[in-house]
Design a protein around this ligand. Structure first.
Ligand SMILES: C[S@@+](CC[C@H](N)C(=O)[O-])C[C@H]1O[C@@H](n2cnc3c(N)ncnc32)[C@H](O)[C@@H]1O
Length: 382
């Protein structure tokens, strides 16, 4: 994909594409390794605000290029899964550009469908057939992918989804009392009761995203649903969340690994974007590198610290309820927490073990890494 310089002023899109590229690199490889065929579906393909003729800054070209690399990598180890792509676009002009761009793809099965994602569900399911499906939903607002409407796709097995949940737009309209707006939120969030998300103050953001995650989990029957946050490039506020649903711990582990890389990239990109915005405002060049100019600890570190404390608290609570619990169950539970990575979970367990709060069964005397198959045992009286 293009470097961040190509995306100036829309760094959030760069980060979305950065995430998508790495997510496909890992997840498509894992799926392609174990499955005879899989389908990648982009339900809101664009092109949208693309800067170049070759559409290299669009999700569909990024996906095609990455899936090609995955296919070639798998071929080297003797795996030849059948990989197909389906791209959907509602806008006729954008669809024309999409169709033309993918007509050049000859080494790959790639198809474009014109129309609205929700209305094309039967066609999409027909295209997927029995294959493993990876579905990317990247709308420009909050309509067109109501949970109830897309339920047949969510319930397809095997299937994983990645949704761009446009928190910033959603939040701005959530209190709008016009009936058509209320109805559209009901659709997005899977029916009545969604107004619970209209919380006051700081709890509101968490409540909206949590509601969406939990309703997606229930609707799809996903084992794990997690999300990662993309911030506004020059403000300390959320832009959108990438919400991920999977039925496999391996998928969750891969998502978390990609989140870790994206979080570091987001820090780097936002420091530069903020510096450039300050320079543009003051018309003065700053003499220092962006890392030197930014004062105080990055908000990301603060957020991570509080997430790690919350993860340790959650583990203690789990152990109070279940004094014997498999490590893989704990891993699946804690990895769903944004900004908590598997290395952190190892660390938390080791610290609680050193503090005499738990023991690890089946850990060999010299074994350091806690693995699936190990069992955590609470040593605290209940
Ligand atoms: C945010 S853009 C997608 C950007 C693209 N995924 C990327 O990252 O390069 C959303 C696209 O979805 C299209 N769209 C909007 N509503 C749609 C619907 N209901 N079904 C399918 N496409 C839709 C828009 O025309 C627009 O091109």
């Amino acid at each position: 994909m293009k470097s961040v310089g190509y995306y100036r002023g829309r760094e959030q899109t760069y980060l979305k594409h950065f995430f998508l590229e790495r997510y496909l690199e890992r997840v498509a490889y894992v799926i392609g390794y174990s499955q005879p065929q899989f389908v990648y579906v982009d339900g809101f393909s664009g092109p949208w605000k693309s800067e170049g003729e070759a559409f290299q800054d669009t999700s569909f070209i990024i996906a095609i290029n990455q899936l090609r690399r995955v296919r070639d990598g798998l071929a080297k180890i003797g795996k030849q899964p059948r990989i197909r792509c389906l791209f959907i676009e509602k806008d006729p002009k954008a669809f024309g550009a999409l169709e033309k761009a993918i007509s050049n793809v000859s080494d790959f099965e790639a198809k474009a469908l014109p129309g609205e994602f929700e209305k094309l569900i039967p066609d999409i399911l027909r295209f997927i057939g029995q294959s493993f499906a990876l579905v990317f939903i990247d709308p420009s607002g909050w309509t067109g992918f109501g949970l109830e409407k897309i339920k047949p796709i969510l319930q397809h097995r095997p299937c994983e989804v990645l949704v761009n949940f446009m928190f910033d737009y959603i939040n701005r309209f959530l209190d709008d009392s016009r009936p058509e707006i209320s109805r559209s939120f009901g659709e997005l969030l899977g029916g009545p009761g969604w107004d619970l998300a209209r919380q006051p103050g700081r709890r509101r953001e968490e409540a909206i995203v949590e509601l969406y995650r939990e309703r997606m989990r229930a609707m799809a029957g996903f084992k794990h649903v997690t999300s990662t946050r993309i911030l506004k490039p020059t403000e300390d506020r959320s832009y959108f969340y990438l919400v991920y649903g999977t039925r496999h711990l391996k998928g969750l582990l891969e998502f978390s690994g990609v989140e870790k890389k994206t979080a570091a990239e987001q820090e780097r990109v936002r420091l530069t974007a903020k510096q450039m915005s300050r320079v543009a405002r003051t018309h003065q060049t700053e003499l220092f590198s962006p890392e030197m100019v930014e004062m105080g600890p990055p908000s990301f570190e603060e957020e991570r610290t509080s997430q790690l404390i919350a993860a340790a608290t959650r583990l203690r609570a789990v152990l109070r309820r279940k004094p014997r619990i498999k490590y893989e169950t704990v891993l699946g539970d804690l990895l769903e927490m944004p900004l908590v990575w598997d290395s952190d979970i190892q660390e938390i367990i080791k610290n609680l073990r050193a503090a005499g709060e738990l023991d690890v069964e089946n850990l060999a005397p010299r074994e350091r890494t806690i693995k699936p198959g190990h069992v955590l045992i609470s040593k605290k009286p209940r």
